[in-house]
Write a protein that binds this ligand. Structure first.
Ligand code: HEC
Length: 165
């Protein structure tokens, strides 16, 4: 092992100069890329459509802790038996479906086998789940008829919201 990968410039007398140039160019590109990342990270991303209020998300967080966390785990990560409500698995399952479907499913089926919360609690929990998945709160209240594709509001549901433990 270890014999491959050293062929660069073999027998080419300009190879050292070329390598120096190439390394400089790569370094410059890396610096530019890093600067772009920093700039992107500092500015808030353009606001996505918002379908719930911060107040709802806060109430939803409390209701989630009380009624859902025992199974779905406090950080929404689920386990081998219980589906995660955040991160890639959630995005895959719900990204193309609407917020109304999520609301309807929760109100009809959760807490598992005993759907018993108020409409206000379910709408709040939807807001909270969307928020954990990267959606931003705004002025608009979430209602039982709010229907937008989850993937369009919960932008970071694909990766960064993955709760991990
Ligand atoms: C007693 C355990 C338990 C509790 C408490 C519970 N869940 Fe669940 N939840 C489950 C199980 C089990 C499933 C999978 C059901 C299935 O696949 O049919 C599930 C599935 C879900 C799903 C669908 C996830 C997916 O990707 O398929 C959502 C959304 C959900 N629960 C939300 C909630 C909310 C919101 C609460 C609190 C109001 C809650 N759950 C409370 C056990 C629970």
């Amino acid at each position: 092992m270890g014999e491959g990968g050293r062929g660069l410039g073999k027998g080419d007398m300009d190879s050292a100069a070329f390598r120096t140039f190439a390394q400089g160019a790569i370094a410059a590109a890396v610096v530019a890329w890093g600067a772009a990342l920093v700039a992107a990270g500092e500015q808030a991303p353009p606001p996505a459509a918002s379908v719930f209020t911060g107040k709802q998300a806060a109430a939803g967080k409390a209701a989630y802790a009380k009624h859902c966390a025992s199974c779905h785990i406090p950080d929404l990560s689920g386990n081998s038996e219980i589906p995660a409500l955040a991160g890639p698995a959630f995005k895959e399952m719900w990204g193309a479906r609407s917020t109304k479907e999520l609301f309807d499913y929760m109100s009809a089926a959760m807490p598992y086998g005993a759907p018993s919360l108020t409409v206000a609690e379910y709408t709040a929990i939807v807001g909270y789940v969307l928020q954990v998945n990267g959606a931003v709160a705004g002025e608009e209240e979430f209602t039982p008829s709010t229907a937008v594709p989850i993937g369009t509001v919960a932008k970071s549901a694909s990766a960064s919201a993955s709760p991990g433990r």
